[in-house]
Ligand binder design. Structure first.
Ligand SMILES: [Zn+2]
Length: 240
């Protein structure tokens, strides 16, 4: 029997499959703590309410000492990032209270011990990309397009993006489908127009990246931003 809906009443049902995927991979004693410790709770509002704005009052029957709040923006990210986020917050709870429990390294060390090594690696890479100018540019560009266009052009790359990472070969294919330099320049033009050519501008953008730019990092950012917008649309349609 699935006890999750009863146990986490204030966690929207959309999140339960992901939580389930994390729980089955946890050591039995950790899983039991998550399921039966009355001082631990998880809350999260509906994913379809991306634009919802307002307050929220919740009454709990038990005194809560550990609360994990899932925010909707987590969910337009690839699956491994969602799994990582959920497992990571559970690790904070298990690691202990006060400042000890909030140490990032400690939480990730527990995750490593529980067998989430793959997710730690992929999520770290993804988060670096998601902080890039390319990602913001791609997401913003895609937001301005209609659903049909985005589904038609990019759905074929979705599974690869959602489950692992888009390979260099597939990225090359995408360069033919979508004008990455023009997306970047449209995004950037508002901030500066003093460039002699698009090439010098893109070079400058690469310099500004906050992370060590591997080859194709900026381009990858654009593509990943577009894919996040696609995932958001899929969630709204209920097809994720
Ligand atoms: Zn953390």
């Amino acid at each position: 029997m699935n006890i999750l809906p009863q146990r986490f009443k204030h966690l929207d049902l959309d999140y339960h499959p992901y939580l389930q995927k994390v729980l089955i991979r946890l050591p039995p004693e950790i899983k039991a703590k998550v399921l039966f410790d009355p001082s631990f709770q998880i809350i999260g509002t509906a994913l379809k309410d991306f634009d919802h704005f307002g307050g929220l009052y919740i009454h709990f029957n038990d005194a809560i000492r550990h609360l994990f709040f899932i925010t909707a923006p987590v969910f337009n990210k690839p699956e491994y990032q969602i799994i990582y986020s959920i497992a990571h917050e559970i690790a904070h709870y298990i690691a202990g209270e006060g400042t000890t429990g909030l140490r990032e390294k400690e939480a990730d060390y527990l995750l490593y011990k529980w067998g989430f090594e793959e997710e730690i690696k992929k999520a770290k890479h993804f988060r670096a990309i998601a902080q890039s100018i390319g990602y913001r540019a791609g997401y913003k560009w895609a937001k301005g397009k209609d659903d049909d266009f985005i589904f038609h052009q990019f759905n074929g790359f979705y599974d690869e993006w959602n489950e692992k990472t888009i390979s260099a070969v597939r990225l090359e294919e995408l360069r033919y489908i979508v004008e990455i330099p023009s997306i970047l320049s449209t995004f950037y033009i508002g901030e500066s127009t003093s460039y002699e050519s698009m090439e010098t501008m893109i070079e400058d953008m690469k310099d500004m990246e906050v992370v060590d730019a591997e080859e194709g990092f900026l381009e990858r950012g654009v593509v990943y931003g577009i894919m996040s917008s696609l995932k958001e649309r899929k969630i709204k349609r209920g097809i994720v």
